[in-house]
Write a protein that binds this ligand. Structure first.
Ligand code: NAD
Ligand code: IPM
Ligand code: MN
Length: 366
């Protein structure tokens, strides 16, 4: 298979973890006889530095014509006091919008060697397997106006959703539940927000189309509590943009670290951008200690969702699991008696685990 992949490393640890994902994809290409070509483009703070624009036009064009996009992370203290249009995050929001990537899929499933790495009790997190589906191109993130008023003494952000935007993401929630454990948790704040009341109405309407899926409405504050006290109640969780952002960082605690979570940002035709859930981690950037697994597992999701390469995707996940079983981990994971290593070393171990399999496969085939 021949595919062209755009790499948007971005800022901070984004660059460090992108190197890991690229190395893993090259190993997979060699093992399975694929031809992946990579083209790197600027986004975020580094694009502000080079292009005075967090999302240069050539980055948008390259992403539009590519088979898939991998994004590291954007942002950092250097740009934190920039005006709104010159903030790194504007680049990320802009590329999601430009590509129409309305569905952010955030699987939260821990690897068994990490059951003890979470601060939560093992009996609580054991067997949890949650798919968070976050609306990605609407809500407070994109509402106009968003501005200071009254000489800087008042402020307005606008929460705006079209019915059709809610319908398509809620549909995605039902469809995903249908092919999993047939339970959908819809998260809203319908006791306060009109937008949430419309959201809930749409969920109620759609229930008729998906009679095989059980539905539960949970208010977002209670959902935050239940995610870490009763994670096994959840199968698919669907919610709007800001709630999904917050709940997914919280849910990462189930897996041991925010650095473990991958995500896929999709539209209906399979085009996608793949990005870890975490950010640019300025506190550890440049130290070579970032956990590359959220990024590597995002590359696996790219193979699965955009290229239909299920075996290759599972092979990456297997190699990551094996690495953890061998006791290797980065500093963000609290593991007693583990072998703590840096980003490069843990990537090498994953690569060795991939190669070991291809060698043992070829011996079996002799
Ligand atoms: P963050 O996710 O960057 O970091 C939160 C904490 O988790 C930090 O202590 C960090 O060291 C740790 N962490 C995150 N990823 C890690 C990894 N892979 N390995 C080890 N530790 C990891 O969130 P933040 O500090 O609130 O934000 C920093 C910057 O990142 C901000 O500018 C923010 O806007 C940006 N951000 C970008 C994205 C993105 O590009 N998708 C996502 C979230 C935040
Ligand atoms: C994420 C990030 C982004 C978001 C920021 C950096 C704009 O937190 O991808 O989760 O809020 O969507
Ligand atoms: Mn976030």
């Amino acid at each position: 298979m021949e595919k062209q992949i755009i790499l948007l490393p971005g800022d901070g640890i984004g660059k460090e973890i992108m190197d890991s994902a690229k190395a893993v994809l090259l190993a997979i290409a060699a093992e399975y006889n694929h031809h992946f070509t990579f083209e790197e483009h600027a986004i975020g703070g580094s694009a502000i530095d080079t292009h005075n624009n967090p999302l240069p036009e050539d980055t948008i064009q390259a992403c539009k014509s590519a088979d898939a996009v991998l994004l590291g992370a954007v942002g950092g203290p250097k740009w934190d006091s920039n005006p709104a249009h010159l903030r790194p995050e504007k680049g990320l929001l802009g590329i999601r919008k430009a590509l129409g990537l309305f569905a952010n899929i955030r699987p939260v499933k821990g690897f068994s060697p990490l059951l003890h790495a979470s601060p939560l009790k093992e009996e609580i997190i054991k067997d949890s397997d949650i798919l968070i589906i976050r609306e990605l191109t609407g809500g407070l993130y994109f509402g106009e106006p968003s501005e200071r008023r009254e000489n800087g003494n008042a402020v307005v952000d606008t929460l705006y959703y079209k019915r059709a935007e809610m319908e398509r993401i809620i549909d995605k929630g039902f469809q995903s539940a249908r092919i999993r454990n047939k339970h959908l948790t819809s998260v809203d704040k319908a006791n306060v927000l009109e937008s949430s009341r419309m959201w809930r109405e749409i969920v109620e309407e759609k229930m008729q189309e998906y009679p095989d899926v059980t539905v539960e409405h949970v208010l977002v504050d209670a959902a935050a509590m239940k995610l870490i006290t009763q994670p096994n109640r959840f199968d698919v969780l669907v919610t709007e943009n800001l709630f999904g952002d917050i709940l997914s960082d919280e849910a990462s605690v189930l897996t041991g670290s925010l650095g473990m979570l991958p995500s896929a940002s999709l539209r209906t035709d399979g085009v996608g951008m793949y990005e870890p859930v975490h950010g640019s981690a300025p506190d550890i950037a440049g130290k070579g200690i970032a956990n590359p697994f959220g990024m590597i597992l995002s590359a696996a999701l790219m193979l699965r969702f955009s290229f239909g390469l299920e075996e290759e995707a599972s092979e990456i996940e297997r190699a990551v699991n094996e690495c953890l079983e061998q006791g290797y981990h980065t500093a963000d994971l609290q593991i007693q008696n583990g072998k703590q290593v840096g980003t490069k070393k843990i990537t090498e171990i994953v690569l060795e685990n991939l190669t070991t399999k291809s060698i043992s496969d070829s011996i079996c085939n002799m």
